[in-house]
Structures are given as C-alpha cells and as structure tokens.
Write a protein that binds this ligand. Structure first.
Ligand code: ZN
Length: 209
C-alpha cells in the first residue's frame, strides 16, 4: 500500500482509510496510532487479523447481561452468580460491568454483585427506572442479603445514587446493613482507575450509611 495524499476527504471506497477512521474512534487512539495499527493489521496473517474481527463480533453478539446481577456473560447467569463459594449475603452495587472486574482484581471481595448500568443523573435524564434498580429491590426482597455495599463512583452523581438506594432499602428491608466504600478513591474518578491496593483499602474501610 503506497502513501496516500492527505488532500481532501478520503473516498469512502478506500477500505484502508475506513479501517483507520474506525480505529481512531477507540479511546486514547489518535490518527497516528490508528494508522500504525492499520498497517500492523495489514502486515499480519489473514487468520490473525480476522481473529480480532471475530472477537469484536463475538462480544457484540454473544455477551448479554446476567439474569441475576447484570454483569456481562455468555451464559444465562454469570460465573460469579453460579459460584457456590461466593457469599450470597454480601451484595456489592456497582455502576458498570468494568467495575466488577476492577473489584475482582483486588482479590478482597468474596460476595456477589449487582450492576446498575449507570448512575442517577437528572441533568442527563437518567432516572431510577433507567437503572437496574427494580432487579435490585427484588433481590433484596427475596431475602438472604445481610449487607449491601454501595460502590457507586465517588462523584456527586454516584453519591446521589447511593443516597437514593439507602432511602429505598431502609423502607423495604430495614434490617439490611448498608455500607459505602471508604474514601481514598480518586475523587471524581471511576472505580476502574483505582489500583488494587486502594480498592482493597476502600472495601476494608467501608462505612455504614
Ligand atoms: Zn451474575
């Protein structure tokens, strides 16, 4: 593949350019890195390049929310929900599936999860009914939950989401202990960016709400 001139908008039939444009949409990837990746993909074997294409298609087609916790899984219920070794009396509420992964990496937590798929944000029109809250109340009503650990992000919206949940839980199950991850997490940051040690400490130092 020869060097193309940068004059004007690239013609849509140029599949190399289309690949660069798609790669450039990935987080943290600029035009230059996108071009480097595209040339790399041109250079590898057909099998290797198509393995990437296939895995992208697989996650889009085969991953769906776990019927129980909402984390992404290929099965009806995820491996964590099926694992009898996990403490079902502990329920950790997170905003996104990626936070389940971050907490699992800390190796400190042995309970179950509940993924909200977001946080309350009145300004962006995200209301309680847009989150997986109904499923959470149902799990609590079913009984067996001793402690609910609110691991929503340490942001204004994450705090508001936690406050809303506490209010509801006090009403439907006053005996359930509700805790919030300790501070020490990067303020305004997402859980996934916290390192494992920080996350372990935040879990250990969780406070009653
Ligand atoms: Zn699950």
């Amino acid at each position: 593949m020869g060097k193309r001139s940068n004059a004007g908008t690239p013609p849509p039939e140029d599949c190399f350019e289309r690949l660069v444009v798609e790669l450039e949409k990935l987080p943290g990837v600029g035009r230059r890195s996108a071009e480097r990746m595209a040339y790399y993909l041109l250079g590898v074997s057909r099998d290797e390049a198509l393995a990437l294409a296939r895995s992208i298609r697989d996650v889009k087609e085969n991953l769906h929310p776990c019927a129980e916790c909402g984390d992404l899984t290929e099965a009806e219920r995820c491996a964590l929900c099926r694992d009898p070794g996990r403490d079902a009396s502990l329920l950790c509420v997170v905003e996104w599936p990626r936070e389940v992964r971050a907490l699992e990496k800390s190796g400190e937590y042995h309970g179950r999860y509940h993924v909200l798929m977001g946080r309350l944000s009145p300004l962006s029109g995200i209301e309680p009914e847009d989150l997986r809250l109904g499923a959470l109340w149902e799990r609590i009503r079913r009984g067996g939950v001793r402690e609910l650990i609110l691991a929503t992000s340490p942001t204004v919206e994450g705090d508001a989401t936690a406050a809303y949940i506490v209010g509801q839980v006090r009403r439907i199950a006053p005996d359930v202990r509700v805790t919030r991850l300790a501070r020490g997490l990067p303020v305004g940051g997402d859980l996934e960016y916290a390192d494992e040690v920080t996350l372990s400490r935040a879990l250990e130092g969780r406070q009653r709400m």
